[in-house]
Each structure stands twice: as C-alpha cells, then as structure tokens.
Design a protein around this ligand. Structure first.
Ligand code: ADQ
Length: 475
C-alpha cells in the first residue's frame, strides 16, 4: 500500500463493534470530519490511519489494513495501559484542560508523557511506511502533536500538514507544560499548522519566537535549516447541505410534531446538545434556566429545557464527577419545579441518531450553546443549518470559536449567570422579524463556509507551500 494522501488522526472514521451474533465488524462514525475528508480521500486515492477506539483485544485481524465503502483504512493498536496513559491521561488529562483555559485542573505525570511519545512514534512510523514518495500527510489534533516532527525525520520528502481542532492557548497557560518545548518542536515538523482561529495561530507563532528562539514574520516561522512553517486559521464547519436535506425529510417533520407533543406542547423549547464535557458549560446553563423558573421569569407550563448529553471519556474521574453533578442538579430542578408528566428539564445521557438530532434542532425555539472554551462548536452550526424557516434563536458563548462567524447569535459570557439568564429570556421572547433577520444571516454564513470549503482551503494552502520555490530547494 502506498498513498499519495494520508490522513492521520487519533480515531479512524469507523468504530470497531460487536454485532448481535457476536461477530466483529466496523460501523461508520457519522462525524463531520469524515464527511469532509471522504471526498478528498477518494479523489486522491488516500488512506486513513487511526485507532479503532478500543484497547487491544487480541484479535490481530482487526489491525490489518482494510477497505470500508471504498475508503482505505489502517488501524493502529493501543494496549490498555496506552489507552489509559496516552489517551485518557496525557491527551485528555493534561493537554485538554490546559488548551481549554484551565477549566479543569490538568495533571502532569511523566509516565503519561512517555506513553504519549511512544504512541505518537507508532503513528509516525506507520505513516512513514504508508506514504508514497512526496505524498501529502494531514495529521489531526491534540493527541498527535509530535507526529509532524517524527514523520519529517523519517521522511523528509513528505508534505506535512497539521490541524488542531481545539483552541491553542495563550503563553501564560501553555508554559505550565513541562514538555512545552517538545510539543512546539513536534508541531514545527509540519509545513502548515492550522488552527480554528487567528488567535490560536498567533499564540503559537509568539511561543515559537519566544521559547524556541526561531525568527518569525507575521504567520511564518523561519527554521535554521531553511525550512518555513506557516501557521494560519481555517475555521472548521459542517456539511451544511447534508444537514439541510436531513432536516427537510418527511420523517423529521413528523418527528418534530411528536417531540413537541411529548413535551406537552410548551410555548418554548430550549435545547442543549453536547458531549458531556466540563468545557461545555452544561451545569451553568441548567442553573441559569432553573433560576429563571425560580424567579418566575419562565414558567414550567410554557417552557422546557431539553438537554442531550452524549457520554464521553467516562473513565476519566473529572468526567464522572461532572456527570454526577449535572444529574443531581437535574433531579433537584425537576423535583422543585416539575409537575407530574411535566419535567422542567428533559435530560438524556445518550448518543442520538442524526435524524433525531435534526428533529431536535427543528423543534427547539432556543438553542443554548454555552461552552467556557471551545475550538469551534459544530452544534451551533448544525442548529443554524437545520432552521429551514429562518426562525429560532441561538444563544452562543463568546468563547466558542463559532462566535467569530455567528455574530447574529445572542452572544453571552458563560461565567456571567445573570447575563446568560437575560439572554435566554430575550431570545425566547424575540420578535419573529428580528429572529428571521438574524437566522438568515447566520444560515448564509454556514452555507458559504461549509466543511468542504474548509478541507479545500487547508489542502490548497498546503499544496501552494509545496509549489513555492523556497521549499522546492529544500525538498
Ligand atoms: P467536540 O468537542 O466534540 O469537537 P462539537 O464541535 O460540538 O464538539 O462537535 C460535537 C459533534 O457531536 C457534533 O457534530 C454533534 O452533532 C455531535 N453530538 C453531540 N451530542 C450528540 C449526541 N447526544 N448524539 C449524537 N451526536 C452528538 C471538537 C472540538 C470542537 C470542534 C470540533 C471539530 O472540541 O470545538 O468544533 O472538534 O473541529
């Protein structure tokens, strides 16, 4: 196998599953990244390298390269201690909280770092084996920040792009990392380092200048070996047309009606949809809603909050604590404010199929997206894409990357509970003309900047680097 385009990501676009009859199979993960990269992968006869999402199960066949629906996939094996130390540990217990403004306390363990280096090397070595001469390799996200440098050492002929899906923090936070220099040098192995927002790219370039000592000019870093690395923003998006089509389906319209009825036909449905993560601000938003009921500014007879939380990182202690806190709050609010058959908060701890998600988006009058920090937040964009009638209100945290584009949302500071409460009431009571003006503008933005445009922009920038005379010399 020899690929001209390689995608390297922590997860494969399919999950290893056990069927009812006990046989093992693969199930396509429905995420936007797969939708975005699939056409690019096909057009370039590309290959995707990633972990299938379970600790090594002894079934070696599961780790052979295979094809799924025309996509070439190469699984990488992690054993149970690597899942614990590389994935749950360094990736999600150290990097994730530091890169999200220290919303939770990061932990630093040298053995977690050792596992991170080891697993990054495994990904790099596999990519080096698979890539054709002068191929393009696109490495994704915070779990694999060392891969660009490791890969470049093994294969200097390759064109290497890296994209970070989460925020890149300011120096004050990043500098806490005992391995800060190694991480910066890891990323500098790429020709192009992509971020969600220009602020992330600027933080990175400043750190490289101050801490690694390389010369920089605007978004460029000049390395002593003559190579140039570009750092730039490529805000990710969704398959907007796909969501519109889904939302327009007959089944979805019928389901919207059922949902409203099941909720007691309230005048206003508020909706939250998130991975159950402490960065998403789920607890504070539910508290804001419950205070509105207490204050009498909302009434349980005509307002309900639907919160769908998809289980996430359940073996990490902070996530278990968060789940307990949220579920205790939901119980208390429903106990205090609900009526028989009329809970104030309708809470699901579950993953929801795509059609059901579209129905929920269409049923919701106010979408509430309140992360303390979020690289982009695709849920906000999905809601907008599904509002086919240009109605509905979006309440959106200023600290989500999406706030840069969705300026017509009710933008809030998630730390300011009173401000959030006012925005929820204003959004729920807004004049339909105002709603329609805002939603039309946001829908236009999401349609114009969809996930295809995102992938095309990144890869076009990367190949223009390949074409620049400076890099030709180096290669
Ligand atoms: P996430 O932190 O996972 O992504 P987000 O961008 O909102 O956050 O994407 C979540 C995805 O999961 C959405 O497509 C949503 O539809 C889906 N989802 C959420 N709850 C679900 C449920 N209960 N059932 C089924 N699906 C559900 C990371 C970064 C983000 C960045 C993305 C993409 O943290 O900031 O936007 O990557 O780069």
């Amino acid at each position: 196998m020899s690929a001209d385009l390689l995608i390297v990501a922590n997860r494969l676009p399919v999950d290893r599953v056990t069927e009812r009859d006990g046989s093992r199979g693969w199930r396509r993960s429905p995420g936007g990244l797969v939708t975005a990269l699939e056409p690019v992968l096909r057009a370039n006869d590309g290959t995707w390298v990633g972990w299938p999402g379970l600790a090594e199960d002894g079934d070696d066949e599961a780790y052979e390269p295979f094809e799924d629906d025309g996509m070439k996939l190469v699984p990488i094996k992690l054993d149970a201690s690597e899942v614990e130390e590389f994935y749950e540990g360094f990736s999600n217990g150290t990097v994730w909280p530091i890169y999200h403004d220290l919303v939770a306390k990061p932990e630093f363990h040298r053995e977690w770092w050792d596992a991170y280096v080891r697993v990054n090397r495994r990904f790099a070595e596999r990519a080096a084996e698979l890539a054709a001469e002068n191929a393009t390799v696109w490495v994704h996200d915070y779990q694999l920040q060392l891969v660009p440098q490791m890969l470049r050492e093994l294969r200097p002929d390759l064109l290497i792009g890296f994209y970070l899906h989460i925020p890149f923090p300011p120096a004050e936070l990043f500098l806490q990392l005992p391995w800060r220099r190694q991480l910066l040098e890891g990323l500098l192995g790429a020709d192009l380092v992509g971020f969600q927002l220009p602020g992330g790219a600027a933080n990175f370039v400043r750190l490289v200048r101050q801490r690694v000592g390389h010369k920089t000019h605007k978004d460029l870093v000049y390395l002593p070996d003559g190579r140039t690395v570009k750092a730039a923003a490529f805000p990710i998006s969704i398959d907007a047309a796909g969501f519109e089509e889904l939302a327009a389906g007959d089944g979805v319209a019928a389901r919207v009606k059922q949902l409203r009825e099941a909720l007691g036909n309230p005048r206003r449905i508020f909706l939250g949809v998130d991975r159950l993560d402490y960065t998403k601000g789920i607890y504070a938003r539910l508290r804001a809603f419950s205070e509105l009921l207490e204050d009498g500014r909302l009434d349980v007879e005509d307002a309900v909050f639907v919160q769908v939380a998809v289980p996430s990182r359940e073996r990490v202690e902070q996530y278990r604590i968060l789940r307990d806190d949220i579920e205790r709050l939901v119980g208390r609010v429903n106990g205090d404010h609900g009526r028989i058959g009329r809970p104030a908060i309708s809470y699901l701890h579950n993953s929801v199929p795509r059609e059901e998600m579209a129905a929920l988006y269409r049923a919701a009058d106010v979408m509430v997206v309140t992360p303390y920090r979020d690289g982009m937040n695709l849920v906000a964009k999905e809601y907008v894409a599904c509002r086919l009638d240009d109605d509905g209100a979006l309440v959106l945290s200023e600290f989500a990357g999406a706030a840069d584009e969705l300026r017509q949302a009710w933008l809030i500071n998630p730390y300011d509970i009173n401000g959030m409460k006012s925005a929820l009431v204003e959004a729920a009571e807004a004049d339909p003309k105002d709603l329609s003006r805002r939603m039309r503008a946001m829908r236009k933005t999401v349609r114009q900047h969809d996930v295809r445009a995102w992938a095309d922009a990144f890869l076009a920038e990367l190949s223009s680097i390949a074409g620049s005379s400076h890099d030709k010399q180096v290669r």
